[in-house]
Design a protein around this ligand. Structure first.
Ligand code: GLN
Ligand code: ZN
Length: 759
């Protein structure tokens, strides 16, 4: 029998029940008991789904209140000292304080750093490591969950991030040291965990080591075999799971691991699967990730079967089937999408449907394709239907794509000349002040948008409401003396969805939520077809705003790379082509805004860095096509029109040349928390254009003092000449409240004045 399993399942629930429970607990609306019971309910539903789909085991260990890497840190006793003394077992609120700085009980403290899980939009909490750190088994939660699954009649497989990946993800605190030194202290605790699991009757533990898909230093590569030798526990089988990329030079290490099974990504792993099938000695198991855990399209079951058949012949029962990675990265259940266009719906598979695909594949292998003929035929129809759908292919878009030439990727004049013309047109002072685009999204704004969408508010009234909001935001900016104004983005629910909704080629779900971090979920649009812009998307709002003031108004757009990286994207053509289609649509919008009189346009690329390939060898290619797309979107304007871009993250070392190659006149970045340290990168590489290093940390409710911002700007001026510095917050203000925004921006404008008087 071909066995199926899943590396993990979305924990948020089909209707984001986890979010509701956790947020209610934080607010004090429910207590720990009610929270615990909500968690049990969610797990019971999830395990029942896995059992119904015929998986050999239910997966335990993929549930977490906030983040599973954080839960593992807690299990290993890796709780930083600032969270206070912890008892024999770390309690729930200590875990929440590590995640978000505060919890219903306990003293607030600075939260642990949160960062993206490999190349996904899921964020984990980075373990904090210090020299000589001691580890101990400090939580019962995982073992309780094993017993809970068993009590429900399930046979659990337990998943944990493996010791090397956990250490790799750790951040060194205090004295610098090599964190690999901690491995020998860590392994006894992992061993103790595995022993406890074996004692509970768990037969298989899945240890995730996705770092095997990265360019690893030699010492780390050499650590794998000894680590897994040290983690042998009688009666317990270990499946080491890799995913998100090709193993390449780490393939031999994977093959040599002294474990009972290996999981390999069959979607992104190239021919890793085939190569390992040839060399993995019996009785080791090869779990093949045949169903894409990173995207939402139905699997081409015929193609998958053709590939699996020879593997099945070679491996027999040693072949297992699974999604490529945890299903954490896709929505829960397509069954919830009753309003989705039926044609598009037919092309999709969410987590629940992906488990069903595994069942069909396994049966086809074991009993022959006849046994599942109707399911195979349906899948065949869906795949062929998507490929052939006229909605995917627009000849005029294709023709335009072919016609993109180098001239379309270049501004007329180089930056220096443009800067002079823009200066003459805009007449801005030294240290010009601006914001990143959005202003607080008040309850009234959200309600107006919701009412309009639901048909309770007619278009004219909605428009009036939004214009009133724009009027107020513009008046406020004039009053406090900002130099470059924005309209405030009140009409936008989300910076990607807003544009997707107005472009052809996109579809939207009602419940297609994916966890981003903690209780935060995102609903990525489905980018299924050729992208076209039926008409202007932002011009009416922007012109209304410009009409209210003599000051320069900045038009606000989301860039092609960010729209691409924050959507579920069609897989029938290269991402570079899809990105260029987006760029062409945005190029038209940029030109329309220019023609409407907007002297400055900002093209946000918040997700530029996120798409960077995990392997260094693949980065140049990504950077080449993304830079080209940005330039196509932004280069169709006159020299005296100023292009801004915004990137809200704080690591630029490895992409600074690409950022410079975008050739935006101004880039605004996140620096308030990093104390301007990242400007080193800009200085070192002699970044040639203007920069607005964020001086106001918008992720905190604190109001920044004038002196603090002046100090930050003086620091910035050490790296970047004053003529090329802008003064702005770190990011948009949509999540903040008006009182703090008002006070903070008044201070920010004052800081710029102080600097102009005494640079
Ligand atoms: N213009 C957007 C805003 O201000 C940018 C958001 C972002 O970078 N995440 O909201
Ligand atoms: Zn931002």
């Amino acid at each position: 029998m071909t066995l199926t399993h899943t590396l993990g399942f979305p924990r948020i629930g089909a209707h984001r029940e986890l979010k509701q429970a956790v947020e209610a607990y934080w607010k004090g609306d429910i207590g720990a008991e009610a929270l615990a019971s909500a968690g049990r309910d969610l797990r019971a539903v999830q395990w029942a789904r896995e059992a119904e789909a015929g998986l050999r085991w239910v997966t335990v260990g993929d549930f977490a209140w906030y983040d599973s890497v954080l839960d593992l840190s807690v299990l290993l006793g890796a709780v930083p000292e600032r969270f206070g003394p912890v008892g024999d077992r770390v309690d729930l609120d200590t875990m929440f304080r590590m995640a978000r700085g505060r919890a219903p009980s306990g003293m607030p403290a600075a939260a642990c750093e949160m960062t993206k899980w490999f190349d996904t939009n899921y964020h984990y909490l980075a373990p904090e490591l210090h020299q000589g750190q001691a580890f101990r088994l400090a939580s019962e939660s995982l073992f309780d969950q094993v017993r809970e699954a068993q009590a429900l009649g399930h046979d659990p497989k337990v998943v944990l991030v493996g010791p090397l990946t956990w250490l790799w993800l750790g951040r060194v605190k205090g004295v610098a040291f090599d964190r690999l030194e901690l491995l020998s202290r860590l392994l006894p605790v992992y061993h103790a965990i595995l022993e406890r699991l074996a004692a509970l009757g768990v037969a298989w533990v899945q240890l995730d080591e996705p770092i095997l898909g990265l360019d690893l230093p030699e010492a780390w590569r050499q650590a794998f075999v000894p680590t897994y030798n040290a983690l042998a526990v009688p009666g317990l089988n270990r499946l080491v799971a890799t995913y998100f990329g090709r193993l390449e030079e780490n393939r031999e290490i994977a093959a040599a691991l002294p474990v009972e099974g290996l999981h390999v990504d069959g979607v992104r792993g190239g021919d890793d699967v085939e190569a390992l099938a040839r060399c993995l000695p019996a009785p080791r198991v090869l779990s093949v990730g045949v169903v894409d855990g990173r995207n939402v399209w139905r699997t081409d079951l015929d193609a998958a079967l053709a590939r699996l058949r020879s593997l099945h012949d070679a491996l027999g029962d040693r072949l297992w089937l699974a999604p490529s990675c945890s299903l954490l990265h896709v929505p829960v259940d397509l069954g919830s999408e009753t309003r989705l266009d039926p044609e598009v719906r037919g092309w999709l598979a969410f987590a629940v449907q992906k488990l069903e695909e595994l069942r069909v594949l396994a049966r086809a292998l074991d009993e022959g394709p006849e046994a599942v003929a109707p399911a195979l035929a349906e899948a065949r129809g869906a795949v062929a239907g998507r490929r052939a759908s006229p909605r995917l292919h627009r000849p005029e878009v294709r023709a335009r794509l072919r016609a993109v030439d180098d001239a379309m990727t270049r501004r007329h004049a180089p930056y220096r000349e443009r800067a002079a013309r823009q200066k003459a047109r805009l007449g801005l002072p030294l240290f010009p002040t601006t914001t990143i685009g959005s202003f607080p999204q008040t309850q009234e704004i959200r309600m107006a948008r919701r009412d309009f969408k639901a048909g309770r508010l007619d278009a004219a009234s909605y428009r009036r409401r939004m214009e009133e909001e724009i009027n107020a935001v513009v008046r406020f900016q004039e009053e406090i003396g900002l130099d470059v104004l924005v309209h405030g983005e009140a009409e936008r629910n989300d910076m990607v969805e807003y544009f997707g909704e107005q472009l052809e080629g996109f579809a939207f779900t009602d419940y297609g939520w994916v966890q981003s971090y903690g209780s935060r979920c995102v609903k990525p649009p489905l980018l299924f077809g050729d992208v076209a812009r039926p008409g202007p998307m932002t011009v009416a709002w922007a012109t209304h705003a410009q009409g209210l003031t003599q000051k320069p108004m900045k038009g606000m757009l989301t860039g092609p790379i960010t729209i691409l990286n924050w959507s579920f994207v069609r897989d029938d053509q290269p991402r570079a082509d899809t990105c260029l289609q987006l760029a062409l649509a945005l190029r038209d919008e940029v030109r329309d805004l220019e023609a409407a009189g907007l002297p400055i346009l900002q093209i946000d690329e918040a997700a530029f860095r996120e798409g960077l390939p995990l392997r260094k060898a693949e980065r140049a290619d990504y950077l080449a096509w993304t830079v080209r797309a940005f330039r196509v979107a932004s280069s169709g304007v006159r020299d005296d029109t100023q292009i801004h871009t915004h990137m809200c993250y704080s690591t630029f070392n490895d992409i600074i040349d690409a950022v410079a190659a975008l050739d935006a006149d101004v880039v605004t970045i996140e620096t308030a928390r990093s104390d301007m340290a990242l400007l080193d990168a800009f200085q070192e590489k002699a970044y040639p254009n203007e920069i607005g290093p964020g001086v106001y940390d918008i992720h905190s409710p604190n109001v920044p003092e004038v002196a603090a911002m002046v100090a930050l700007l003086r620091k910035a001026a050490v790296h970047i000449p004053a003529e090329r510095l802008w003064v702005n917050p770190d990011c948009g203000l949509k999540t903040r409240g008006w009182p703090e925004v008002r006070a903070s921006l008044v201070n920010m404008v004052e800081a710029a004045r102080v600097l102009r008087a005494a640079p």
